[in-house]
Design a protein around this ligand. Structure first.
Ligand SMILES: Cc1cc2nc3c(=O)[nH]c(=O)nc-3n(C[C@H](O)[C@H](O)[C@H](O)COP(=O)(O)OP(=O)(O)OC[C@H]3O[C@@H](n4cnc5c(N)ncnc54)[C@H](O)[C@@H]3O)c2cc1C
Length: 363
């Protein structure tokens, strides 16, 4: 029997496993399929909420903590595993007409570097952007990771550290008695643990339904395109009307993503593909010369207002939850794992945990 059983092997589950294992716990990680093949694979890897000033402070606090530790995490993972998560601080250019003063106020409050830039400067920074807007907001400190590589590095790191990993093993049910969780039911029988942590992404709502208090988490589909570009075609990440472009180190270029309320349907659609491709080419005509190498969809785990649940269960003492990170699980992951560890191990929390409890009002 492990000290801690974590259900769900996406970035949140793996970062939580790492945190708890490093604090001395014996950890088992249970994954229904393969590690990190769901939202954590499908995401873009921008290490910032999009339009960060639109989010509540509770999201900003987690994002800021993660942003300060990400470079070091990636170096550690690269050194331990030989897998490079490709941390790249190439900045985020945001077109948000009419939001300049709100953005500047947010940056002063939270001490994030944010600069208004005009058309000439945008054209200089991104020569391939057709008809650059009159103004934009430049956040030079924002980085990206290549999330599938981050996930592979986390998986390898977990193996090397001695986290017990059980893939192809769905948790079928949560077994509780007298306000305690005994373990989870799998096809091979019950897996017992002293403590259980739910990190099952978009599926956490369903899984927690049998509990006296469940998590309000729904899937929101996002479709993404990958162009087989060349290095130095696009230099920075750019965001406009909720559609962004992410240039990777090797020249590949991501363009996404849709926001679709279609339940647990992870299929891609030709309508979305055409719309994304046309918009990408309209903004960056150079993309016309590159083929679309891949088109995929993932299910974001959406908690109300995008505020994740990072908490001890209110009725079941030895059950915790770390899920519901919506559009920001990659950036919020390290801080969420650390906070979960703080709560589980009775350490001083890195941030006030109140906004992330299961009964907190989420806007
Ligand atoms: C298109 C798109 C773009 C995105 N871009 C960004 C971005 O740029 N930056 C950012 O920070 N975030 C981004 N995100 C959001 C981010 O990817 C998610 O918030 C994050 O991956 C959530 O991680 P997770 O581990 O909670 O969920 P997941 O990665 O979905 O992992 C949950 C895991 O739990 C497993 N599981 C489920 N049920 C069970 C069960 N019963 N038993 C065992 N295992 C189970 C699943 O198989 C899965 O592996 C994006 C998401 C999408 C879809």
């Amino acid at each position: 029997m492990s000290d801690v059983l974590i259900v769900g092997g996406g970035v949140i589950g793996m970062l939580t496993a790492r945190e708890l294992h490093m604090a001395g716990a014996e950890v088992t990680l249970l994954e229904r399929g393969e590690l990190a093949r769901e939202s954590s694979w499908a995401g873009g890897g921008i290490l910032s909420p999009l339009y960060p000033w639109r989010y509540p402070d509770s999201v900003t606090r987690l994002a800021s903590w993660s942003q300060q530790t990400y470079a070091e995490l990636c170096v550690d993972l690269y050194e331990n595993t030989g897998i490079d998560p490709e941390y790249l601080p190439n900045g985020l250019l945001i077109e948000a007409p009419g939001e300049r003063s709100r953005a500047l106020h947010w940056s002063a409050m939270h001490r994030h570097m944010l600069l208004p830039v005009n058309t000439d400067r945008i054209a200089e920074m991104e020569p391939e952007r057709k008809r650059p807007p009159e103004e934009a907001i430049w956040m030079p400190g924002i980085a990206q990771v290549r999330n599938p590589r981050l996930a592979r590095a986390l998986a390898q790191d977990a193996v090397q550290r001695g986290v017990h990993i059980r893939t192809q093993t769905p948790a079928l049910n949560l077994e509780t008695r007298n306000n305690r969780i005994l373990g989870v039911t799998t096809a091979a029988g019950r897996l017992s643990a002293t403590t259980v942590v739910l990190c099952a992404g978009a599926w956490t709502g369903e899984l927690s339904q049998i509990l006296p208090t469940s998590a309000d988490i729904r899937p929101v589909r996002g479709q993404m395109l990958l162009f087989k570009g060349k290095p130095d075609t696009i230099h920075h990440m750019m965001l406009e009307e909720n559609r962004y472009i992410i240039p990777r180190k090797d020249g590949r270029i991501l363009f996404g993503s849709t926001l679709e309320e279609v339940g647990f349907d992870k299929s891609t659609t030709s309508t979305a593909r055409t719309a994304l491709e046309q918009l990408a080419i309209r903004r960056f005509p150079v993309l016309k010369g590159f083929s679309v190498e891949q088109h995929w969809a993932g299910l974001r785990p959406a908690a109300p207002a995008g505020i994740p649940y990072i908490a001890r269960h209110p009725q079941i003492d030895n059950l915790f939850i770390n899920a519901g990170h919506y559009r920001n699980g990659v950036v919020l992951g390290p801080a969420s794992a650390r906070l979960l560890g703080d709560l589980l191990l009775d350490r001083k929390p890195i941030v006030d945990p109140a906004p992330y409890t299961m009964d907190a009002v989420r806007g």
